[in-house]
Design a protein around this ligand. Structure first.
Ligand SMILES: Nc1ncnc2c1ncn2[C@@H]1O[C@H](COP(=O)(O)OP(=O)(O)OP(=O)(O)O)[C@@H](O)[C@H]1O
Length: 248
């Protein structure tokens, strides 16, 4: 019998992303030759120096960036394996709604919507009744130490740490099968960071697979089951051959 934890939910092979800077006629690499896997109930940490391409890897998995090379095999809930580097935009949007989550450092949301509705939205989009979704959102906001007086206010004027907690709650509420975390505790105090660690441990127990970038090495020690250290990508030569190269 196959042990479920030995079957990866995510298998990234030879992933690379380059950006073409048209003004300079140059290719800028943002990550190269990345190989990593993520398993249900485990957290894989992406580490490495600044500019090594950690955020770019998460953005490629979530298809905010379209990868230039490599494959990103994802095992869906129905057991089928799809390549996130190649599936259609529509299939990707569907997966984002149902199976993938991405918590970044920044909260992007519709203005003038109260915090509890911002958090509840992923559940509402999945068809949950508004009252039930709001109840779960408020429970999560309480756990993440967001003061009750803020729940019915739009987060636009919240402090950085308050916005971060609303953002985390929104990313965590739907318990995606694969959760991507880009420095989710960057502007949180020690107490709230402790709550986040506890929540992420619960997620692991519930079988959620995670790929995370943490600012703080203590979080890697506390939560990671595997660490993938990225080296900065090698810069690429000009996309247009130099005249002397053309002559030879
Ligand atoms: N949209 C983009 N256009 C051009 N270059 C980009 C883009 N996104 C990332 N890069 C470049 O790719 C490289 C890797 O960036 P990335 O943010 O992925 O690194 P990182 O390891 O997450 O860095 P940090 O730890 O500082 O957040 C950087 O040199 C960056 O300038």
């Amino acid at each position: 019998m196959t042990n479920i934890s030995e079957t990866p939910i995510l298998d990234v092979q030879g992933l690379a992303k380059q950006f073409r800077l048209h003004a300079q006629d140059e290719l800028v690499p943002s990550c190269s030759d990345v190989n990593m896997r993520a398993f249900p109930g485990q957290l894989a940490a992406l580490t490495g120096p600044t500019g090594a391409g950690k955020s770019s890897v998460l953005k490629c998995i979530y298809r905010t960036y379209l990868p230039s090379e490599g494959s990103i095999h994802f095992r869906r809930a129905d057991g089928e394996v799809v390549d996130l580097a190649r599936i259609s935009e529509q299939d990707m949007l569907h997966l984002r709604l149902s199976e993938l989550g991405f918590v970044t450092q920044f909260l992007h949301c519709v203005p003038r919507r109260p915090a509890d509705e911002v958090v509840a939205e992923p559940l509402i989009l999945r068809g949950m009744a508004l009252a039930d979704a709001l109840a779960q959102a408020r429970e999560l906001l309480r756990r993440l130490n967001v003061p009750e007086r803020l729940w019915r206010l739009p987060p636009a004027t919240f402090s950085g740490g308050e916005k971060q907690r609303v953002n985390l709650a929104r990313g965590l509420i739907a318990k995606p099968r694969l959760l991507l975390l880009d420095e989710p505790t960057a502007s949180l105090d020690k107490n709230t960071t402790g709550q986040v660690i506890e929540l992420l441990r619960e997620f692991k127990q519930a079988g959620v697979a995670m790929v995370a970038i943490f600012h703080d090495p203590e979080l890697v020690t506390a939560l990671a089951d595997a660490e993938y250290r990225l080296a900065p990508p090698q810069s690429l030569s000009h996309s247009t051959p130099a005249p002397e190269a053309l002559q030879s």
